[in-house]
Design a protein around this ligand. Structure first.
Ligand SMILES: C[S@@+](CC[C@H](N)C(=O)[O-])C[C@H]1O[C@@H](n2cnc3c(N)ncnc32)[C@H](O)[C@@H]1O
Length: 187
């Protein structure tokens, strides 16, 4: 299954079919979000979150199953004049690269077992930012398929040990999205 996903995403990225640009909704949290330390972009694809984090001053590792996506991320980083590291890996089969991370971004990759692992990899005071399509998205869109859609309040339930700075589930254009910004307490 993971190989099929890799091939599908490699082909999509080769065709140039992917979102680019900063996640504009996060600009509202500019002052709350880290500007140094290590950042992890989970299922980064061509790295829009990696580049955004690197521009903020973080030392970023982008991980994804698609080598084509990661190559695009490195190219985009070079174009922007920022540095990122990349690692091709299968998140369904391999452990997350060792933390802790000052910031973790997880956009449009839902693996039910993964979110608690991400939380455990946050540094004290570290922040997770996430955006996932919700089950409601299926009312208007065939894709992504059910496996990739989060249940109502799934992200906020999984953030129960964190300080939730922002959580919202809503239609954004024609997509129904859950958006989260949450911080691990200082210890
Ligand atoms: C919808 S894209 C999201 C890309 C990026 N996070 C963004 O929002 O622009 C989903 C990403 O998950 C990656 N992916 C799918 N299955 C994976 C797996 N088992 N391990 C690691 N990455 C995977 C794909 O290669 C693809 O880049």
């Amino acid at each position: 299954m993971a190989e099929a996903d890799r091939d599908k995403w490699d082909a999509r990225y080769r065709a140039g079919d992917y979102p680019q640009g900063d996640p504009s909704w996060l600009k509202h949290f500019d002052e709350e979000l880290p500007t140094q330390g290590r950042g992890l972009d989970v299922a980064s694809g061509p790295g829009r979150l990696s580049i955004w984090m690197a521009r903020r001053g973080l030392e970023v590792l982008a991980i994804d199953i698609s080598p084509v996506g990661l190559a695009l991320a490195r190219e985009a980083a070079a174009d922007e004049g920022v540095k990122i590291a990349t690692r091709a890996m299968d998140l369904e089969r391999e452990p997350l690269p060792e933390g802790p991370y000052a910031m973790i971004a997880c956009f449009h990759y839902r693996q039910r077992s993964l979110f608690p692992v991400l939380v455990a990899h946050l540094a004290p005071g570290g922040v997770i930012v996430a955006e996932l399509a919700t089950a409601k998205n299926a009312e208007r869109n065939e894709k992504p398929s059910k496996k990739w859609l989060c249940a109502p309040n799934e992200l906020i339930r999984d953030s129960r040990d964190l300080e939730v700075l922002y959580y919202r589930e809503a239609w954004v254009g024609d997509r129904h999205l859950a958006r989260l910004v949450a911080r691990r307490g200082e210890e």
